[in-house]
Design a protein around this ligand. Structure first.
Ligand code: KIV
Ligand code: ZN
Length: 519
């Protein structure tokens, strides 16, 4: 058996499907490139049949990966498999991942079929997918609750039909490590052709056991782990990539396996995913939490000063976490910014130095000292602004007080025109939102609003994240400023630009359809 565990990343599929609003194609590509640098072996980039946006992002990612094998998800039906093949065939090598439920609960209540029918659908799907690629993965959804004899039959049939990887998901996170390891062991004992495929696991975290179950499976012969950065995913999430990678690395003595993960890219990738997905990482999260390397108790600090290995089993440097937050001020030159970005793991392809430097100087003038985390925040914000903006905020003045009704006056640049408006509101943010929306007369509903200190200290930058509903779809926007009302206004302007772009795309589509029907 190979001593290499394949890391199959599903941040952009299982992880992304659980977000409150979808990522844009550019955001997905940014994450995909970071995952590629991290060293994941297979990257599930999306579910191409699910929407034109997903199709487009899978295709874009497949075109741009340098190392990882791109993969798309499909149900066990031909239309889904066709969409996978069409979006992925831009790459030299690709994987089609097809799945069907095998547990009695799912087969009878969700699919309303017999197990034998499901077995036939699964095998046919694998055979069909093999027409497009010789890298086909088959998943037995809800395998953790599937009667073991049925699971053995399904795995054997899928391998016979041509599956090169067979995945055993604990879809609802129900099993415990000894039980899940036992399922993998039984497959190895009972399925006669098991040596012809890689056995994979895909564990959800409903009982907090996704990582423990995945690593138990490795001890029993599984050689692919499906996981996501920061453990994001459906409900309580998926198995966390950074945790399994560091477990296999740190406890090599026990597992005797390797992965292709470049652990020094872990911290940067985790920050990027957290930021773009608007999913904060809990401070005490293993490996990437803010406190993962902080020692508070006097006894621990004393031990650390005498010998680090008294209380530290992995180092911050091993995951690429810099312990040196170099202070930068408005007197710092461009080379300092470039150097710090390099230390944080960014290459020059990731950002425009002139643009970043210009926003850095502005922030340094307002804030005095700028830290690494400020630079990262600026980078993300600049990228949000990169596309040509139809709406721009050119002036904002909001007034509020304990005995006063808040008022806000705004000027917006709309195309080439400047339009102003003002409104009263329940606080300065509400007044500003009313003023902006009264100018534009758009039917936009703000369904989620969150504000947090993006960076440290009293002079921190505020980050506002909002989700709006527009024409039945959700859009997510982000604003960043040392002023919370301005950050909130920027988030709304960001989201309005997204809705504007969506309207433009729709108009172009309709024009094309009209042109075709008039021919
Ligand atoms: O959780 C699950 O079972 C899945 C499958 C599609 C692999 O995500
Ligand atoms: Zn899943």
């Amino acid at each position: 058996m190979s001593d290499q565990v394949i890391i199959f990343d599903t941040t952009l599929r299982d992880g992304e499907q659980a977000l409150s609003a979808s990522l844009s194609v550019r955001e997905k590509l940014q994450i995909a490139l970071a995952l590629d640098r991290l060293g994941v072996d297979v990257m599930e980039a999306g579910f191409p049949v699910s929407s034109p946006g997903d199709f487009e992002s899978v295709k874009t990612i497949a075109q741009n990966l340098k190392h990882a094998i791109p993969c798309g998800l499909s149900r066990a039906v031909e239309g889904d498999i066709d969409a996978c093949a069409q979006s992925l065939s831009v790459a030299e090598r690709f994987r089609i991942h097809t799945f069907i439920s095998t547990s009695t609960i799912h087969v009878e209540q969700k699919l309303k079929r017999s197990f034998d029918q499901v077995l036939e659908m699964g095998t046919k799907a694998v055979q069909y997918a093999r027409k497009f690629t010789d890298d086909v993965e088959f998943s037995c959804e809800d395998a953790g609750r599937t009667p073991i004899d049925n699971l053995c039959r399904m795995v054997e049939a899928a391998i016979k039909a041509g599956a090169t990887t067979v995945n055993i998901p604990d879809t609802v996170g129900y099993t415990i490590p000894s039980e899940f390891g036992g399922i993998i062991q039984t497959l190895y004992n009972k399925v006669p052709n098991i040596d012809q495929a890689v056995i994979s696991v895909h564990c959800h975290n409903d009982l907090g056991l996704a990582v423990a179950n995945s690593t138990a499976a490795v001890l029993h012969g599984a050689r692919q782990i499906e996981c996501t950065i920061n453990g994001i995913g459906e409900r309580a999430g998926n198995c966390s990539l950074e945790e399994v990678a560091m477990i296999l690395n740190t406890r090599k003595d026990l597992f005797n396996v390797t992965t292709n993960i470049n652990t020094k890219e872990i911290y940067h990738t985790s920050r990027l995913v957290s930021q773009l997905c608007n999913m904060p990482v809990q401070p005490n999260k293993a490996i990437v939490g803010a406190n993962a390397f902080s020692h508070s108790s006097g006894i621990h600090q004393d031990g650390m000063l005498k010998a680090k290995n008294t209380y530290e089993i992995i180092t911050p440097e091993s995951i690429g976490k810099s312990t040196n937050d170099l202070n930068m001020t408005s007197r710092s030159g461009r080379h300092v910014i470039k150097h710090r970005m390099g230390v944080l793991g960014y290459t020059e392809d990731d950002y425009d130095l002139s643009e970043l430097y210009a926003s850095f100087v502005k922030l340094a003038d307002r804030k005095g000292q700028v830290f690494d985390y400020d630079l990262e925040a600026l980078l993300y914000f600049n990228q949000q602004q990169m596309d040509k903006q139809h709406y721009q905020l050119s002036y904002l003045a909001a007034v509020s007080g304990t005995d006063e009704t808040a008022t806000s006056g705004v000027k917006l640049k709309v195309g080439d025109e400047i339009i102003s408006g003002s409104a009263l509101g329940n606080g300065p943010v509400d007044a500003t939102y009313r003023a902006i929306l009264s100018i534009l007369d758009l039917d936009v509903e703000v369904v989620d609003y969150a504000i947090g200190a993006k960076t440290g200290g009293e002079d921190a930058q505020a980050q506002t994240d909002i989700v709006v509903k527009y024409k039945g779809k959700k859009y997510r926007g982000m604003g960043l400023s040392t002023d919370i009302v301005e950050a909130s206004a920027q988030a709304l302007i960001h989201v309005l630009n997204l809705t504007y772009r969506a309207d433009q795309i729709e108009l172009q589509k309709q024009a094309k359809q009209n042109e075709q029907s008039s021919k």
